[in-house]
Ligand binder design. Structure first.
Ligand code: G6P
Ligand code: MG
Length: 220
């Protein structure tokens, strides 16, 4: 195992909830409608545009291209406001230790987040220097569940996907890792992430030895 492809929101930091909070506010402000919690799962890991498309489809609302663009900008503004107070304290439990373990074993770290705010969030968490590469989601053709961002993240550290593990909290992300040919490590519950090759209930359970062992068994 030579590389680790990290999702960001919901894996490295507790920012996944902010995305949905921002979508909820936007939809309330524009249409006075509520979004059900179930939609959070569907939009996790999914790009900004694809998320709004899924939300509008659920609400059965059609908007012009201009209105769509305005809404995604507005959602991002709310999200950025929520990020303003982010500090290293928002790093999820177990993540700093896990990163240290990877580094100790010369495993390269690459960010495979769909978020255009990825570099900003890493900076706020003071984790920039820990990463060897950040894949740029604006440069990939298809978002998660397509494998593109994980392929780009592996390529950015010059490691073959099969020599990488990917860590994800979203259904779309686990599918993307599997399609990329990397070993998928899920953080979350079995009913959502049943396609993960290895699953931990939350980040505090993430364990370097267990990950390496499972990767080795998978690749034998
Ligand atoms: C992550 C989150 C998604 C979000 C996407 C794009 O994958 O899990 O909820 O839609 O990033 O984020 P952005 O910051 O570019 O709007
Ligand atoms: Mg995530």
């Amino acid at each position: 195992m030579k590389g680790v492809l990290f999702d960001l929101d919901g894996v490295i930091a507790d920012t996944a909830v902010y995305h949905f909070q921002a979508w909820r506010k936007l939809i309330k402000d524009h249409f006075n409608r509520e979004l059900p919690a179930a939609l959070e799962k569907q939009t996790k890991g999914v790009s900004r545009n694809d998320s709004l498309t899924a939300i509008l489809a659920y609400l059965d609302i059609k908007v012009s291209d201009a209105a769509f663009q305005k809404m995604t900008d507005e959602k991002n503004k709310v999200f950025r406001e929520l990020l303003a107070s982010l500090t290293p304290q928002n790093i999820l439990p177990g993540i700093s230790d896990l990163i240290a373990q990877f580094k100790e074993h010369d495993v390269k770290l690459s960010l495979a987040s769909a978020s255009l705010n990825g570099p900003y969030i890493l900076e706020k968490l003071q984790l920039n220097s820990a990463f060897d590469a950040i894949a740029d989601p604006s440069k990939v053709v298809a978002g998660k569940p397509a494998p593109d961002i994980f392929l780009a993240a592996a390529s950015a550290i010059n490691v073959e996907p099969k020599e990488c593990v990917g860590i994800e909290d979203s259904i779309a992300g686990i599918k993307a890792i599997n399609s990329a040919g990397a070993f998928s490590v899920g953080v979350g519950n079995k009913s959502d992430l049943n396609q993960a090759k290895l699953l931990f209930p939350n980040t505090s359970y993430l364990n370097y030895q267990q990950i390496v062992q499972a990767w080795q068994n998978f690749n034998q």
